[in-house]
Design a protein around this ligand. Structure first.
Ligand code: IMP
Length: 423
């Protein structure tokens, strides 16, 4: 049985958590393949919002297995906090939540290094979530990292001390004014590891290969968005993992020819949190309204998200890099009330007008070119079928589908599970 992938096509925060939660009923296994607690996947049902950072978004499904894959980086302290928050939901984690032994651990000193490194960058800072993501992936690729499986080894403490001491030397080099109590941080860290140890720590690629043989349905859940990919994103203003489809192969051990559908999630407009270029960003009342109506505040950091019109140049790029087979459009309801909807279809550059994403999309290199479509006034949030949509909203969907050459299979008109329209 093939493995389906679900990915964000913009700069993250597209609403992946909600769609995974909606789709979970069709799957036996939901597997996160990259990123870590920098993610904040929000699910809403029965009037309650849940924000997940490390735990896959299929956790509320009564029988699906949720797997944290080898490509993920785990902060045991944040992870324990997430599990504690779900205590009232009667979830048997030991049966439903598996963790790859090859996933890397975020140490307290990784977080300190993240903070010191960002502070040292001054104005050029990336706007990191400061969860230790960059330093942990650096240790992984530098072959210094500590993996979940290591905590079961006898010499684990020695390994930990060696890496921590290395980090402390690096921190001293930053000369930063960062204040911290390492003893305190380490106490919480070691206590939290016990929670991690209480879960099945497994050879996850073998588990998935067996599941594939047994025809189990698997959904790979991405975090962040394609434009934050370490290779294909707006480097250096990116995260440190492969957020695109290839990341599901390396982050879970899935062979490329085992990939089935690729679900690409996008918002009806665009948002970005943190620094970096954003050609269609709005600095006016329209952008402010999108942020307010769309409640565009980071689920992990609470930071206000930057807002702008949809960018088809960037979306087409993400669709191609990922091989998207089906699209899911989120938050069309937020655009209700704008008399005109703008769509960026090309960039003007020094070399002329282009329709592909160039090396740099910094404001001095590209100027977005827009077409204008008629908006709609109606509140979409209570609508339960496509036939209820205003004609101009259906026109917007049809226009995007034609331009993106990919069917839009789901239109989401609100955060709740129920506010999901299948087409
Ligand atoms: P880091 O991954 O925490 O180091 O952050 C690097 C960049 O990616 C920053 O601009 C963050 O704001 C952004 N970022 C990281 N994770 C997410 C996410 O889940 N949603 C949106 N942006 C994110």
């Amino acid at each position: 049985m093939s493995v389906d992938l679900l990915l964000g096509l913009q700069w993250g925060d597209e609403g992946k958590g909600k769609i995974v939660d909606v789709l979970t009923t069709d799957y036996d296994i939901i597997a996160r393949f990259q990123g870590g607690p920098n993610a904040g996947h929000t699910l809403k049902f029965d009037g309650i919002s849940h924000v997940l950072h490390t735990i896959p978004s299929g956790i509320f499904h009564p029988s699906a297995i949720n797997l944290i894959g080898n490509g993920v980086v785990i902060d045991p302290v944040i992870f324990k906090g997430e599990l504690d928050k779900l205590a009232g939901f009667n979830i048997d984690f030991a049966k439903k939540l598996y963790v790859s032994k090859k996933a890397h651990l975020i140490l307290p000193t990784h977080r300190l290094l993240d903070a010191a490194s960002e502070a040292a960058k001054g104005k050029a800072k990336i706007g990191s979530t400061l969860k230790g993501i960059g330093p942990t992936y650096m240790d992984k690729t530098g072959r210094n990292g500590i993996r979940v499986g290591d905590i079961l080894l006898e010499d684990w403490k020695t390994r930990y001390n060696t890496l921590r001491d290395k980090h402390l030397k690096m921190l001293a080099n930053y000369n930063s004014s960062l204040e911290y109590d390492l003893t305190d941080l380490e106490t919480t860290f070691f206590q939290s590891l016990e929670t991690l140890k209480s879960l099945p720590l497994i050879d996850s690629e073998n588990f998935l290969h067996t599941a594939q043989k047994e025809n189990k349905k698997i959904l790979a859940e991405g975090a962040q968005g394609s434009l934050l990919d370490i290779d294909f994103g707006t480097y250096p203003f990116v995260t440190s993992s492969t957020t695109t489809a290839a990341g599901a192969c390396t982050g879970l051990g899935i062979a490329p020819n085992a990939v089935g559908d690729v679900f690409g999630i996008f918002k009806a407009y665009t948002t970005r949190v943190g620094s970096g270029p954003f050609p269609t960003e709005l600095f006016d009342e329209v952008g402010e309204t999108m942020g307010r109506v769309g409640k565009e505040f980071g689920a992990t950091t609470g930071r206000a998200r930057r807002c702008g019109w949809i960018d088809l140049v960037a979306l087409k790029y993400a669709i191609r890099v990922n091989g998207v087979t089906q699209l899911m459009m989120m938050k069309g309801d937020v655009l209700s009330g704008f008399s005109t909807i703008k769509v960026c279809t090309a960039y003007k550059t020094k070399e002329g007008v282009i329709e592909h994403l160039p090396f740099s999309i910094e404001p001095e290199n590209v100027t977005p070119q827009y077409i204008e479509l008629q908006g709609w006034k109606e509140d979409l949030t209570q609508m339960s079928s496509e036939s209820e949509f205003p004609a101009t909203f259906n026109d917007y969907i049809a226009y995007l589908e034609k331009e993106l050459e990919t069917p839009i299979k789901i239109v989401s008109v609100g955060p709740d599970r129920k506010q999901t329209i299948f087409r």
